[in-house]
Design a binder for this molecule. Sequence first.
Ligand SMILES: Nc1ncnc2c1ncn2[C@@H]1O[C@H](COP(=O)(O)OP(=O)(O)O)[C@@H](O)[C@H]1O
Ligand SMILES: [Mg+2]
Length: 359
Amino acid sequence: MRVAGVMSGTSLDGIDVAIVDFVGDDLHVVGQHAVAYPDDVRRAILAVSNSVTHTGSIARLHFFLAELYADAVRAACERIGAPLVSLDLIGCHGQTIFHEGESIEFLGRRIASTLQIGDAAVIAKRCGVPVIADFRPDDIAVGGQGAPLAPFLDWRLFRHSQFGRIALNIGGIANISVIRAGASLEDVIAFDTGPGNMVIDGLIGGFDRDGAVARRGRVNQPLLERLLSDPYYKRRPPKTAGREQYGAEFLAHFAGLPLADAVATATELTATTIARAIPDASEVIASGGGVHNSYLMERLAAQLTQPLTTSAKYGVDPDFKEAIAFAVLAHESFMGRPGNAPGATGARRAAILGKRASP
Ligand SMILES: Nc1ncnc2c1ncn2[C@@H]1O[C@H](COP(=O)(O)OP(=O)(O)O)[C@@H](O)[C@H]1O
Ligand SMILES: [Mg+2]
């Protein structure tokens, strides 16, 4: 069966599509395609993210993004020279505009919540292919934080009977999956280590190509120490981070610093919080857009005791691992099997994820 996985992460750089063939449970990545968000789309998403927002804008974006996802899937099929109808299923993560995985007191109840938009019915009807979307609420409904969901694929790809391995994804936020030697899915521990590229991107108002700006700057040690003292980094998992922590307000910490010093300090914050979160293992396997920031990778490697590689070593393009993950999670749901890793999300039990829309 052929499944398209569609992912658009917190970086708001755009939409990644991976097309994956399953023979039994063996997966083979057939092709992939990335579509950038236009600037006005990125601004519209930011405008409704996190805070108290205007409902009409959210509803419009919910349907508008579905059109973009459908277009991206069509473009990915064209790219690999396969007709849209060769797809049996689409797994679409959607765009997160709010995530509060830890429950809070709300109207007299404890409520955890998350909201990914991009309507599944519209994608299914446009593409003529069934869609599974909205993966996170199922995990929250059984007591989990709804994130991270990548551990399922990390475990499938990287588990080893004798070596412990760490899968590290550096997107807007950075997260790790800890896969000890011989681990079952239930044994996998995973959590957000803190910022990935989000603070760097926020300071630059774009991204720091190959870490060129950070390389020119000097780390502001007092500020770095102050940022590192955030109790989040010492907390035990499960824990998730988001634009809530590392968005506009966070950038105020860097006010008054020359841009290069600010970016160098933000890069060091990302490298240090990742390195400190990583337990003993034989290898750290990185993915996500952050692997292209060679300065960040150098700073991280310098603080690790184990070798730092990328998922390319295992045949998975680092830019598409998360899109592949949502093809794999959709495939699991389609087969009636759970896809969350309770050790990663804190869920009471495994759960079948997602909602299905028909073509
Ligand atoms: N050549 C590069 N140099 C530095 N950073 C890069 C480069 N290419 C991509 N990135 C970073 O990767 C981010 C996108 O990573 P991605 O894995 O797509 O994150 P997300 O899943 O949050 O969307 C960009 O916002 C940018 O910060
Ligand atoms: Mg992205």
